[in-house]
Design a binder for this molecule. Structure first.
Ligand code: FEO
Length: 398
């Protein structure tokens, strides 16, 4: 993708990674972008870089706009390698007067790239720099996504270069959010939140409160992944507030793995007791579904119900993988229950319930287990489990 001007003298110089399919365990079925921005003026400023394998593309994009040697400052909003893999080569080429970043980012950059000789200039919350009549204000966003993270606000242009927050992993030829299909855009933004930011929800609430207190106006939110928001910006900020606030729908997500079909059959009967016009249910067989798609669905669900057969005295490996992933993302304020099948040791529901409780999911039914193959009595208990979840989801306190 060629660079282009998003505002007078402010250029997108990033890259589109059409082929990214895995972002450390998050399935990026539509690729991603690593957005970098170049501001021309009295001081020429590059905001962020890209993954190391796209270094040449970034350099070519910069060269299409300006001689890289004329860049004065590099702002590093966040040290993670998707934004700094190309940084050493860019610094060698540009020889910048200053590398502006937080102290935590300096520490992280040295730990990544082992170059303490770089011309670091530490910025703190609210610090500003000037480029002619343009002001860049640094707004801290610690833990969004790492301790070092910050954002850069171009005051006169009302543009927030937001790094990870407000991003999506979605490779497109379009660069603005209003140019793409809105349902898919919201899905990709939700998937990003669920799989990257879920455990950082408290930091996101704090950041959104800070933006509100600062009373900033936004003409654009320009993240480092995916599309730039320039229309109806309050809507995406409000949506982030809802996700960070744990806003839930009367919705349950059932996730299971099955050995010989018993647990799968039980899942169908949980659905029978649970689903209706007023409660939405999604069902995922882990043999066919990716953990990160399931987490996206869990983001605004009130209930998580898990099922597994017992294998060698433990939970099936795909379910162990899913539970480990979900535990790391720390979904908050959910209710849940468990079901499953066993051969000669009736411990599967106990093990699954312990996993749910360790994640602070409120287990609202003791669960249903069956030896080998369920009969109609077991199916009736599965339907009752579904009905309990349904009542809880619809109760006024849910
Ligand atoms: Fe896109 Fe936390 O890096």
């Amino acid at each position: 993708m060629k660079p282009f001007e998003i505002k007078k003298d402010l250029y997108w110089v990033g890259v589109v990674d059409w082929n990214l399919r895995d972002f450390h365990g998050y399935s990026t079925e539509k690729g991603s972008t690593y957005n970098a921005y170049l501001l021309l003026g009295e001081k020429n400023i590059l905001f962020d870089t890209v993954k190391v394998e796209f270094t040449k593309t970034l350099i070519d994009n910069i060269k299409a706009i300006i001689d890289p040697a004329k860049i004065d400052y590099i702002v590093v909003n966040h040290a993670e390698m998707d934004h700094t893999g190309a940084l050493p080569a860019i610094i060698d080429l540009v020889k910048p007067e200053k590398i502006l970043c937080t102290k935590a980012c300096q520490d992280a950059l040295i730990a990544h790239h082992h170059r303490s000789d770089w011309p670091f200039a530490i910025v703190k919350e609210g610090d500003t720099i000037q480029s002619g009549n343009r002001t860049v204000q640094f707004i801290g966003s610690a833990m969004i996504h790492w301790p070092d993270s910050m954002t850069s606000y171009l005051k006169e242009d009302k543009i927030l270069i937001s790094n990870d927050i407000f991003g999506q992993h979605w490779a497109t030829s379009e660069r603005y959010a209003d140019q793409v299909e809105p349902g898919e855009l919201l899905h990709q933004a939700a998937k990003y939140y669920a799989n990257i930011f879920y455990p950082m929800s408290a930091a996101i609430r704090k950041f959104l409160e800070k933006l509100a207190k600062l009373n900033l106006e936004f003409d654009m939110l320009a993240p480092d992944h995916g599309l730039i928001w320039r229309k109806d910006i309050p809507a995406i900020i409000k949506q982030y507030g809802a996700w960070a606030g744990g806003e839930k729908k009367p919705k349950a997500v059932i996730v299971y793995d099955t050995m010989w079909g018993s647990t799968a059959a039980m899942a169908e009967h949980v659905v029978k007791g649970l689903a209706g016009d007023d409660v939405s249910v999604s069902v995922y067989d882990l043999r066919f579904s990716h953990r990160s798609d399931i987490m996206t669905d869990i983001l605004d669900a009130g209930a998580i119900i898990i099922g597994s057969s017992l294998l060698n005295g433990g939970i099936l490996p795909k379910m162990e993988d899913f539970l480990s992933y979900m535990a790391g993302l720390r979904p908050a304020s959910k209710i849940g229950a468990a079901f499953g099948s066993f051969g000669w040791s009736d411990v599967i529901v106990k093990q699954l319930n312990e996993k749910l409780e360790a994640m602070k999911v409120k287990v609202v039914n003791p669960g249903v287990s069956v030896q080998y193959v369920p009969n109609n009595d077991i199916f009736a208990r599965c339907e009752e489990l579904g009905a309990v979840i349904r009542r809880e989801l619809l109760s006024p306190s849910a």
